[in-house]
Structure formats: structure tokens, C-alpha cells
Ligand binder design. Sequence first.
Ligand code: HEC
Ligand code: HEC
Length: 235
Amino acid sequence: MTRFPLFTVFLLTLGVAHSVAASSMQPAPRTPSVSDVRSTLASMPHGDVQRGKKLNQSLMCASCHGDDGVAPTQNWASLAGQRAAYTYKSLLDYQTGGRHENDRATLMKVVVKGMSRQDMADVAAYYASLPAKAAPAPRLDAAAHARTDRLARRGDPARLLTPCASCHGVAGQGGVNETPALAGQSVGSFVRTMQDYREGRRVTDANQGMRQFAERLTMQEIHDLAAYYARPGKN
Ligand code: HEC
Ligand code: HEC
């Protein structure tokens, strides 16, 4: 276990140095439009699952995201069952500096520095081929479950909240194009992500779609949604 924090400190040190150097050269990243995202995905190479599996080990992705894409701690995101287009887009977002919401993103920015687009498509195909697993999460009581299930499946018209399920799938399995799977995501990663959207630090979502949804939710609702999607069908 001690190898994870040490490795992280090493990467973060590199990352901060890199981002300080880069910040003076790169323009501030802007939120992409839907057509920006479409053209990025249109040129995605065909991914090779077996090559992706090897890269997951040789590039040390497995040390944080697990051999089988299931993160061993709440610090990291699980990638098993993630849609390939989303993983590919995320890796490119880190590489181009579009995703820069916190120190963890800085770390990923260092990790992906030398990756080719083919490498990204290959690891993406590998994670997409793996089954999502339930993540540890607090159990929702019956009332909280009913409330959260309604929010996820029906949204809340009074707050202009579109159902999460209409884009992310009824079981959180992911939707079309870059719409990510949420099933089995670690609670820590889910909550941090929603906070990064609602506070405007994460700007990778086309037309700020996720930012607008996240802003309309309370923190309690975000925690409940995290638990709901961490163990789909079991909460
Ligand atoms: C030292 C730990 C560490 C290593 C090594 C690492 N990652 Fe990550 N990864 C993270 C963290 C932390 C995040 C969440 C970052 C954020 O909030 O932006 C992340 C996020 C991601 C995401 C986005 C997930 C999401 O749900 O949005 C992808 C995809 C990813 N990593 C793939 C990889 C790949 C591929 C490799 C190997 C080339 C790799 N990671 C190596 C820690 C790591
Ligand atoms: C109109 C479609 C749409 C709706 C509705 C929607 N999302 Fe999203 N969501 C997306 C897209 C597209 C992304 C990827 C954006 C990006 O690349 O940053 C995303 C990203 C996310 C992420 C980040 C996943 C990761 O691993 O990085 C989370 C968490 C999330 N959505 C949760 C929700 C929840 C909870 C709801 C309901 C309250 C919801 N979304 C409603 C389309 C939608």
C-alpha cells in the first residue's frame, strides 16, 4: 500500500512543475461545444483490447485504477465498464489541458503526456471490455432510495433537472457518444467530480451541460446519487 502515496507525491511534483511551465504558454481552456466533441470522437482510432490490457500494466495505470479497472481506494476513479469514447475523450482532455480541475487532474496530465491517440483508444477499449463492479457505499434508507431513484429516472421539472437516466442509462451503464457510465464509480470520485462541475473547475462538458445539472442539486442529493450509482440495483 505504501507504494501508492510515494508514487503519487513523485507524480504530483512532476505535474506541478509541468503545469507551471505550461500555464504561461497555453491559453485558458474553454468549455467545448457539441461539435468540438463530435469532431474529437470522429477521429478516434479503433482500440485493441489486448494491447490496452498490456498498457494498463506497463504505463502503471493499474497501480491506481486496478488490474481490472476497479479502483482499490476512494482516491481514484474506477474505469471498468466505462464507455470507450468517454475514456478516450478524458485522456485527450488531460493531455490538451482542457481538464485541469484539481491536483488529481494535474497528476493525470503528467501520466498521459507521452501517450499516443492509439494508446488512448487501446486502454479505452480494454476498460470498456471489463464488467463494472459495485463500489463500497453507504446504504440508502427506503425514503432516500425512493427520492434518489425518482431524481435519477424522472428528474425534477421544477428545477429544470433532466433525468440522469435519459443520458447515462437507466442502470448508469452510459449512453451515446461520450456520455459516461456511472455504475460502480467510487463514491469519492463521483462526489468530487460533481463538486468540480458545480463550482466551475471542470469545464470539459459540452455546453456546460453537467455544470448546470450539478448546480441545481444539493450536496445531500449528490452524496445520495453517488451511493445509488456505486451499487446499482442494490441500494
Ligand atoms: C497515481 C495514480 C494514477 C495513475 C498512475 C493513473 N491514474 Fe488515471 N486517474 C487518477 C486520478 C486521481 C483521477 C481523477 C482525476 C480527476 O479528478 O480529474 C484519474 C482519472 C482518470 C480518468 C478519468 C476518469 C473519469 O471518470 O473521469 C481516466 C480515463 C484515467 N484516469 C485513465 C488512466 C490511464 C489510462 C492511466 C495509465 C496511462 C492512468 N489513469 C494512470 C489517478 C491515476
Ligand atoms: C443531457 C445529458 C446528461 C444528463 C441529463 C446528465 N448527464 Fe452527467 N454527463 C453527461 C455527459 C455528456 C458527461 C461527460 C461530460 C464531460 O466530458 O465532462 C457527463 C458526466 C457526468 C459525470 C462524470 C463522470 C466521470 O466519471 O467523470 C457524472 C458523475 C455525472 N455526469 C452524473 C450525472 C447525474 C448524477 C445526473 C443527474 C442529476 C446527470 N449526470 C445528468 C451527460 C448528462
